[in-house]
Design a protein around this ligand. Sequence first.
Ligand code: 2NE
Length: 286
Amino acid sequence: VVWRIACDESGKEFTDIIYEKAVGEGIAKITINRPERRNAFRPQTIKELIRAFNDARDDSSVGVIILTGKGTKAFCSGGDQALRTKDGYADYEDFGRLNVLDLQVQIRRLPKPVIAMVAGYAIGGGHILHMVCDLTIAADNAIFGQTGPKVGSFDAGYGSSIMSRLVGPKKAREMWFLTRFYTAAEADKMGLVNTVVSMFYFLSDFQQENLERETIKWCREILRNSPTAIRVLKSALNAVDDGHAGLQELGGNATLIYYGTEEGNEGKTAYVERRRPDFSKFPRRP
Ligand code: 2NE
């Protein structure tokens, strides 16, 4: 795979992330780039992630998006605790924010599969980010866990509800109440990840390519399939849990497909031609 640096329509450079697209592949890769802080995010990081995800969503040549962290030590260690204030996380502005919640919703509703590629720690808000992704490919050095109740935080939204769906209500309570860390093998057993890439010789960047190779394999398998089927299935798999918003996403897909039919087009054409629409030739299917 040949990666080329990408940008969004603003053309502004990214400081906290690396945004790339694989030449001729239909794959975008978004890398949190704060390895010196175990890829903890600050508001700026989240703003950049949102921009990159928006671009990947709008780029019709992209079919799958990989979210990962720079280096082998961490996928993401959650919110940058040094920047935590009374009202969220604050960097350049004098008020805090929890804009990671917007990012979670964005990933959840993005009509293309998002794959978390996890090496090292996925902790706190970083753990929640991998959970909201559609699939997780983990290296065998990956460590998963919530620290919220230990560091005076919690995520009572997706961080609780999706976790409970993934690992079951008892295990979710264990993860949140005890704030233990879990190995990749344990996470696999709990249903937190899709596969673990075995890399006993994992320590150099070159070896990290094993994890990416496996992830690309999964991407290519997805990309061989129908984009519309994948799109509708993602919204269908989320619909019940996401309530009205989930139904809206699924319903939006029905409208999208209907607009492409002759029947849907007849309504619009009749309006534009200022005549009564003639739907008589369209079947009322059993
Ligand atoms: C991730 C973990 C377990 C890694 O441990 P280790 O031993 O590999 O690294 P170390 O030495 O702890 O960290 C390396 C450097 O990264 C910083 C550290 O302070 C350290 O800095 P220096 O001493 O070298 O200057 N660092 C790591 N994680 C950071 C963070 N989250 N914020 C700021 N600096 C961080 C270990 O580092 C760890 O346990 N990190 C904290 C994990 C954590 O508690 N995250 C916040 C959870 S709450 C949250 O994310 C959240 C939420 O609950 C709700 C909404 C939004 C966010």
